[in-house]
Design a protein around this ligand. Structure first.
Ligand code: HEM
Length: 503
């Protein structure tokens, strides 16, 4: 254990003791929900593993049910493991359950303007409303189609040139689509300063959302560390995080403003809002634009990697999708958004990708604003409420054989049917804080799947272990590296690739 963690744990003990005694001194008329037995002083600290471990959380469903109570350092934590509990609490009682807890590292990095972490209230509401005015409008989403097309064309061409670097190409595609849509800026390569800044910001966000960081909060201890114990290095790193975040917030926005002034700006999220006459301030437009980059980059990349893993593991499913594409579209053009209705199996694969391994398996924690009684149990005010999205999507009643990658579960009589079990309903969270980028994310993933399968085939390495469904832990999770071979499917596919234009 690093020294700072020891110091943090030791100094936290006093706080824990007080918290624990206080929590014990309450004798609620209603019991807390069931959960693993807490230890004296630390409560359930050891049950909450150091990384976000949804599989451990899910095991508790069998033992304790859909609502699990933990007490960590005197702080109540509620895990919602079932669809019913999530709908009943986060959706039906949204006015109580839509706040966010404090994330100390997020605050320290300077995210106070980021509505994804803001408390529930007017400020959050007005920012989210501006964001959804674009990302939930079908007309605006359609205007983003060209950005998706061009990012995916670049991706397909990059794969042709360097198939072994497919993960990097997938990352670049995520960055290109979101920078184009948000700022009308085309980032050319993975080394682009804007992309590396976004990566650095997201690395810190991922760390900051780790329960170890917001439960133990070692930051006050870092501040006390003398230089020889790493204090100076830590403080330099913190300053770097702050300046990266400010760059992400300001640099692309300033580029758009300059190009608007000389009449060369491409229509995008930022120009749409800046041109609208209305009460929205320039600062608010700048802030909401910057959020999209952070929120979309890692999540859409992760979904793309999950797709590649699933196809490498299930070549038969891949071939069925390719047969569908060949018979509906033929081989003289690439599938496009207009074909969506006619490619139900491709859509079923997209839905199953989002179910089989959701990119944000335990979402972003909420905080409860006031005491609540649910099914006779007390959920105390101030509880941190964590949604086990992964478990919801592995509910064996809703999704029989939940560990299998099985897009056929969404096909009834040859047609797509997600009327009762659409994973998109759960993968993006529940209630008023649910992801406002859902429609954009599904558009982006669908086109990538359809066009990739039209021209490429992916298979396991001929030698070496077959790929396994293994994933990184953390706020945003993705497959562990796995071996695969990508090849152009046919001469017709090669011709289609030759006709593609690079942006
Ligand atoms: C596959 C891709 C994506 C997944 C799986 C995903 C998932 C999520 C989840 C689980 C949350 C937390 C919901 C909650 O607190 O209950 C969230 C929040 C959010 N997402 Fe996404 N997301 C994705 C893509 C995107 C994209 C493309 C954008 C923007 C264009 C976006 C913007 C946001 C924002 C702004 C929030 C914060 C909402 C708030 O606090 O009010 N996400 N997302």
């Amino acid at each position: 254990m690093p020294p700072f963690a020891l110091v943090a744990a030791a100094s936290g003990a006093l706080v824990l003791t007080i918290g624990f005694l206080l929590s014990r001194s309450r004798s609620p008329p209603h019991p807390f929900p069931p959960g693993p037995k807490p230890l004296p002083l630390v409560g359930n600290l050891l049950d909450m593993t150091t990384s976000m471990d949804w599989t451990t959380f899910s095991k508790w469903t069998d033992r304790y049910g859909g609502v699990v109570y933990l007490n960590v350092l005197g702080r109540p934590i509620i895990l919602l493991n079932s669809i019913k509990a999530n709908v009943d609490l986060l959706e039906k009682r949204a006015s109580k359950y839509s706040d966010r807890p404090q994330f100390p590292l997020i605050n320290l990095a300077g995210h106070q303007w980021n509505f994804g972490f803001q408390p529930y209230g007017k400020e959050w509401q007005s920012r989210r409303r501006v964001f959804t005015s674009q990302y939930n409008s079908m007309a605006t989403l359609r205007s983003f189609y060209d950005a998706h097309r061009s990012a995916i064309s670049n991706f397909l061409l990059n794969v042709l040139r360097e198939p072994q670097d497919i993960s990097n190409h997938l990352r670049l595609r995520s960055a290109q689509a979101i920078f184009d849509v948000t700022y009308g800026i085309s980032v050319k390569s993975f080394d682009d300063r804007l992309v590396s800044t976004a990566e650095a910001v997201m690395d810190v966000v991922s760390l900051a959302l780790n329960p170890g960081m917001w439960i133990l909060n070692p930051i006050p201890i870092f501040n006390l560390l003398p230089g020889w114990l790493g204090g100076a290095t830590i403080s330099a790193k913190i300053q770097r995080c702050q300046s990266d975040l400010e760059d992400l917030r300001n640099v692309p926005f300033d580029i758009v403003k300059k190009s608007m002034a000389v009449g060369t700006a491409k229509p995008c999220f930022t120009t749409n809002l800046l041109r609208e006459s209305g009460p929205v301030s320039e600062e608010l437009i700048r802030d909401t634009a910057a959020i999209a980059m952070g929120a979309a980059y890692e999540t859409t990349f992760s979904a793309g990697e999950v797709f590649l893993l699933a196809m490498t593991m299930h070549e038969d499913i891949q071939r069925s999708a390719q047969n569908e594409i060949d018979s509906v579209i033929g081989s003289d053009r690439l599938p496009d958004f207009i074909d969506r209705e006619r490619l139900p199996f491709v859509t079923a694969i997209m839905k199953e990708v989002l179910r089989w391994h959701p990119p944000a398996p335990i979402g972003i924690p909420h905080e409860l604003l006031e005491d609540d009684i649910y099914e006779g149990m007390l959920i105390p005010s101030g509880s941190i409420v964590m949604v086990n999205i992964w478990q919801v999507l592995h509910d064996s009643e809703m999704y029989p054989g939940p560990f299998n990658f099985d897009p056929y579960r969404f096909i009834q009589e040859g047609k797509l049917d997600v009327s009762k079990n659409d994973p998109g309903r759960f993968t993006f969270g529940f209630g008023r804080r649910s992801c406002p980028g859902r429609l954009f994310a599904e558009d982006s993933l669908w086109l990538m799947i359809a066009q990739f399968l039209a021209v490429y085939a992916i298979s396991p390495l001929p030698e070496g272990p077959p790929p396994r469904a293994e994933f990184t832990m953390g706020g945003i999770s993705q497959p562990l590296p796995f071996g695969r071979v990508v090849r152009v499917r046919s001469d017709a596919a090669r011709k289609l690739l030759a006709e593609l234009q690079e942006d």
